[in-house]
Design a binder for this molecule. Structure first.
Ligand code: ADP
Length: 217
């Protein structure tokens, strides 16, 4: 199922990157955009690509869109087109509909009309970058509402201490998932792992716990 063909509608920066990455990973893609120039520029790089208006039911039917299991609506700025396209896919009973939103309100509408997953790439990236510019985190990912994974360095109090005896989980509610020593690759952390200066660690936990831990000197 994971490798089923995917329809990608809207080939702006987001949709194009998505369609090309899916193709690179061996997934068949039907890409649709109503700008012939965009379609022309990408032809040959994506399995199947068509110039069509995705708010037109007839065009979607002709392209065989109702036969797909999975679709991504990557239209952002044209709200009307985004909403109409998503609702047509919902009417077609596509099983797995992903839709890009440009604001929370837009996302709420898309969920309400039946999109199964809503992504807010600019909003999410803004939040992520905020964590990177304002703290010591090297990377940050909000895994789920209220749960995060951060790449950071061990606070000085935890250097030279075995994770099993550190009390870190009890005190901060976070778990070190993996450790990377200088010049080595990431390995899973165990109770026996002892952090050293220069290590990079992956820490998971509730967002505020991860944030608090990553602020430690
Ligand atoms: P990004 O921010 O990722 O560049 P945009 O919202 O600017 O995304 O781009 C959306 C893309 O969707 C554009 O390439 C546009 O031509 C396409 N698009 C907009 N409306 C329709 C429509 N009704 N049918 C098909 N493609 C559309």
């Amino acid at each position: 199922m994971r490798n089923d063909p995917v329809v990608v509608i809207g080939l702006g920066r987001f949709g194009t990157a998505l369609a090309l990455e899916l193709t690179r990973r061996g997934t068949e893609v039907l890409a649709i955009d109503n700008r012939p120039k965009v379609v022309q520029a990408l032809s040959g790089q994506i399995t199947q690509i068509a110039a069509a208006d995705s708010t037109d039911l007839e065009s979607l039917n002709q392209l065989g869109v109702p036969d797909f299991y999975r679709a991504v609506v990557a239209i952002g700025s044209d709200l009307e087109a985004s909403i109409l396209t998503t609702s047509l896919l919902v009417d077609m009973e596509i099983d797995d509909i992903w839709a890009k939103a440009v604001s929370r309100q837009h996302g709420q509408i898309l969920s309400r009309i039946g999109a199964h997953h809503v992504v807010l790439p600019e909003h999410d990236m803004g939040e992520r970058v905020a964590h990177l510019v304002s703290g010591r985190m090297l990377d940050y990912m909000q895994v789920d509402a209220g749960f995060a994974l951060a790449k950071t360095r061990p606070p000085k109090d935890y250097v030279g201490v075995r994770l099993g005896t550190s009390g870190m989980r009890k005190k901060f509610g976070v778990t070190v998932v993996a450790v990377k020593s200088p010049g080595e690759e990431f390995t899973y952390a165990t109770a026996e792992t002892e952090l050293t200066y220069g290590d990079v660690i992956l820490v998971s936990g509730r967002t505020e716990d991860v944030e608090r831990f990553a602020e430690l000197p």
